[in-house]
Design a protein around this ligand. Structure first.
Ligand code: NI
Length: 177
């Protein structure tokens, strides 16, 4: 198992539409290796989500894991490690809220993005079974951020007020109060 290199903004793979993952490959050695590598890479980087294109793999797969004590985002419900294959988002309520987002592919930066806060996610799980969940609040934002990567979209594309796009140090100094 390997910690993969996370590619950064400017790499063309981050701007491509990723391909649906072939379901017949779920459970294969290649699949298991990819998932374990994504898990190790996520752990090694301290991120909360990672999409396959971020390690230069052009498939529609993302992993998310939120530790309860995680990060700069404050108190967040613990979300165990999970794999989302070929996910589809349905917005259940349009009402949006904003969070400061960061991204392993845009290191050192943060930006304020508003997104719908009640969504449904339909996906294939790591055993190949269809699954669905609803997400609210910050978790809804995390799903939308990760799945945007599968469509070649970065959170920076969704910042409406560029005065709220900041280096992390300046975020702490000027925007986190
Ligand atoms: Ni990201």
């Amino acid at each position: 198992m390997t910690v993969r290199t996370v590619i950064r903004m400017g790499h063309p793979t981050l701007r491509r539409q990723a391909e649906p993952y072939p379901l017949e490959l779920i459970g294969s050695d290649d699949f298991n290796e990819l998932i374990e590598d994504m898990r190790e890479t996520l752990d090694a980087t301290g991120g909360i989500g990672l999409a396959a294109p971020q390690i230069d793999v052009g498939f529609r797969i993302a992993v998310i894991e939120i530790e309860q004590t995680a990060t700069r985002y404050g108190e967040i419900e613990h979300t165990p490690f999970n794999v989302y294959i070929n996910p589809e988002i349905t917005v259940l309520e349009d009402e949006a809220a904003g969070y400061w987002e960061g991204c392993l592919s845009v290191p050192g930066m943060m930006g304020y993005v508003e997104r719908p806060q009640h969504i449904r996610v339909d996906y294939i799980d790591r055993d190949g079974n269809p699954a669905a969940l609803e997400a609210h609040g910050f978790l809804a934002t995390v799903f939308q951020h990760e799945f945007d990567h599968l469509d070649g979209i970065l959170y920076v594309d969704r910042i409406e007020d560029m005065s709220r796009f900041s280096y992390e140090e300046e975020f702490v100094q000027f925007h986190s109060g």
